[in-house]
Every structure is written in C-alpha cells, then in structure tokens.
Design a protein around this ligand. Structure first.
Ligand code: BGC
Ligand code: ZN
Length: 368
C-alpha cells in the first residue's frame, strides 16, 4: 500500500512510500482492528517533522509514516474485539504506552518517561496511508452523524485535555464557579478551545493578532465569544475590560504571551499552557509583580500535552453538542482539503503557506 513518509533527520524529505498492508494480527490477543483511512489532518508538528526538527522512525525503518490526526472506517476486526465492527467510523489515539506508572494505567499522555511513542510523530508509524492496524483499545468510535468532521477530533482532544485538567485542578476550591475565560490565539486549537468553553457556558474572550474582519474572528463570534485584536487592545487592557479571567487557555505558539496570561489571570484562576515552542526565545518580565500576584491570588499554571482516552470520548460528545448548538460551525474549520495521498506535496505546501488555512487535511479516500 501507499503511505506518506519522511526520512527523520533529513529536511523536506516527505515522499510516497510503498509498504506492506497491515493486518488485524499486527495487534496481540485477537484485539487487532484493520482500518481503511478516510482523512488525515496535518499541523505544526508535521511541519516540524518534515523540517527534520522533530520525529524518529520506528526500529528497523529508515522512514516514518507521518499523520497523527486520523479518521477512518473499520474494515476487519480480530476475534476478541466486541466494541467495534466493520463499517464503524473510528479515530485513533496518538501516544502509546511507555514504561512509567502513568503509562501502565492508560495515562501515557502523563508519562514521565523521556521517550514518547507517538504514531506519526516519534518511533511509531502514523496514519497518512491507505490502511493502518491497531488494538481496539486505542480506537474511538465516531457516530455516523459526525463523519463529516471526524478528522477534527484529534486536535479537539488537545483542548479537551487542557480544559479537563483545569477543572480537575480547581476541585481544590470546592465551589469553583468560573464565569470568564480567555483564549490566547485563534488558530485551530484556539478556535476549538473557544468553542468548548462556550459549550461549558463561560463568557469567552479570544485574543489574537489580526484585526477584524477576518474569518477566524467571525467563527469566534458565531459561538458568542468576543474577539480582540492585540493590535488594538493589549492582553492586560483586555483583562481590565473583559476579565479578570478564571481560566485562560494559551494556544498562540508564542511563549512571551504566557507571562501576560499570568498577569491577566483572576485570583484562584488557572492558566493552561498548550503551545509547543521549540525555540530559545528570551523576554524581560515583571517577575516580582507576577510572582506576588500568583502567591497572594492562589493562582495555578499547568502544562498540557496529548490526550487520554476519556478526552477523546469527551471530544466526541462536544462535537455532537457543537453540531446541535452551532450547526455547520465545525465544517467551516475544514478549509483546505487535498485529495489523494499522491498529492502529498500540495498538502505540505498548503501547510507551509498557512495563509488562511484553519485545517489542512488529506482526503485519502471518499467518505462513504
Ligand atoms: C499532537 C499531540 C502530541 C504532540 C507532541 C501534537 O501535535 O497533536 O498528540 O502529543 O504534538 O508530539
Ligand atoms: Zn497535532
């Protein structure tokens, strides 16, 4: 079968690879599932992998099949799979267990190991291929009514985990009643964070660079959230006008924003950090002031990466809620469909150009 792969360590090496079709017997204990891939999204991580800044091939291979945002249809199941059947739509989780105690209880997203096993990213082949096989334990069933937006589930889970972590942490307060939230960044993750926080009933302000009017601002306002361009209003002024914020979700990819977020946070508030910033940026900050307010205000800051099974399941429910409440909204994120694995160059070009893209994805096969 055909797959889209890179040679890790070699920049711009994305190419079409030929490999054996996987089989249900690839997973142990009769728990294997063979999935026909329908669509696969790409994001900043894929960009970094193709730039040879990140990523590693599985043992015994000199290439890595990319793609971690999957959506597909079950073709065949092993004898001990009862929860899925041929024809079901599924999305696969990304990280696989390593060795820490968290990995052993299914929370590999919380691993303390230094090595991650992530399909399409590090040491495990991804999903940008005609087929993949995996144990049923790592697959999440998608109701047919969401098949047109299923490819958005993996990015959605990054948001779900961050917000679930915030609520879990805030149980320390016994009566936490968050009213105001801020989202930093209006990219795919920022948009989905605004959506999920609106579905939780919070007043949401999204801070982003570009001035209105623009499509992302429009989408944000469709959810009832407010959009603020930092070219007109700084985060700190915005916090004075629309905050203080009980919950802040940072998703700009620009680390200096973190320290402004710390200052925009309400007493007892929680700041969730999700940007993966590989650089080496340095900034000057009002350290005493930030520290003092954090201490006197009992504030929390938490980093979040990847997602656990329950975050995928919550993501499915929120996508269904979104379709019910903001009908058609999710589909509007699917801005750049690229048809066919053979068009991998156009796919990565669209990812690189970025202009106007919310979600760039490959339509590997027609969604039946
Ligand atoms: C993926 C996560 C992954 C992270 C770090 C993100 O792009 O969505 O699943 O854990 O990269 O590799
Ligand atoms: Zn990703």
């Amino acid at each position: 079968m055909r797959a889209v792969a890179v040679y890790p360590g070699k920049a711009n090496s994305v190419h079409l690879a030929e490999m054996a079709k996987p089989s249900v017997t690839d997973a142990p204990d009769g728990r294997g599932v063979l999935v026909r891939v329908l669509s696969v999204g790409v994001d900043g991580t894929d960009k970094e992998i193709n730039a040879a800044e990140y990523g590693a091939a599985p043992d015994g291979f000199n290439f890595l099949v990319v793609g971690h945002e999957s959506f597909g249809q079950v073709e065949e199941v092993g004898p001990n799979v009862t929860e899925l059947a041929p024809g079901d739509y599924v999305v696969a989780m990304v990280r696989r267990p390593g060795f820490s105690i968290y990995d052993q209880i299914g929370l590999q997203d919380m691993t303390t190991d230094d090595t991650y096993f992530e399909r399409g990213i590090n040491l495990r082949h991804g999903y940008l291929a005609e087929y993949y096989a995996d144990a049923a334990d790592y697959l999440i069933k998608i109701p047919g009514g969401l098949k047109h937006v299923g490819v958005l589930l993996e990015p959605m889970t990054v948001v779900e985990k961050g917000i679930a972590q915030a609520y879990e942490i805030q149980r320390r307060l016994k009566v936490w009643r968050p009213r105001k939230a801020a989202v930093m960044g209006a990219g795919t993750i920022g948009l989905l964070a605004a959506l999920v926080l609106r579905l939780r009933g919070l007043e949401v302000t999204v801070f982003s660079r570009d001035r209105k009017p623009n499509r992302n601002a429009e989408l944000i306002e469709m959810t009832g959230a407010k959009y603020v361009s930092v070219q007109d209003t700084t985060i700190l002024d915005g916090a004075r006008q629309y905050g203080p914020f009980d919950l802040i979700f940072e998703a700009t990819g620009f680390s200096p924003v973190v320290f402004e977020g710390m200052q925009a946070l309400a007493k007892n508030g929680v700041l969730v950090l999700s940007s993966i910033t590989g650089g080496d940026r340095k900034v000057e900050i009002p350290a005493d002031r930030i520290n003092l307010d954090f201490v006197l205000g009992n504030k929390v800051m938490v980093g979040t990466v990847n997602a656990a099974r329950e975050n995928f399941e919550e993501g499915v429910r929120d996508m269904a809620m979104a379709e019910a409440q903001y009908s058609g909204w999710l589909s509007r994120l699917l801005t750049h469909p690229i048809k066919g694995l053979e068009n991998y160059e156009i796919l990565f070009q669209a990812l690189l150009n970025g202009n106007g893209a919310i979600k760039v994805y490959c339509e590997v096969a027609d969604v039946a």
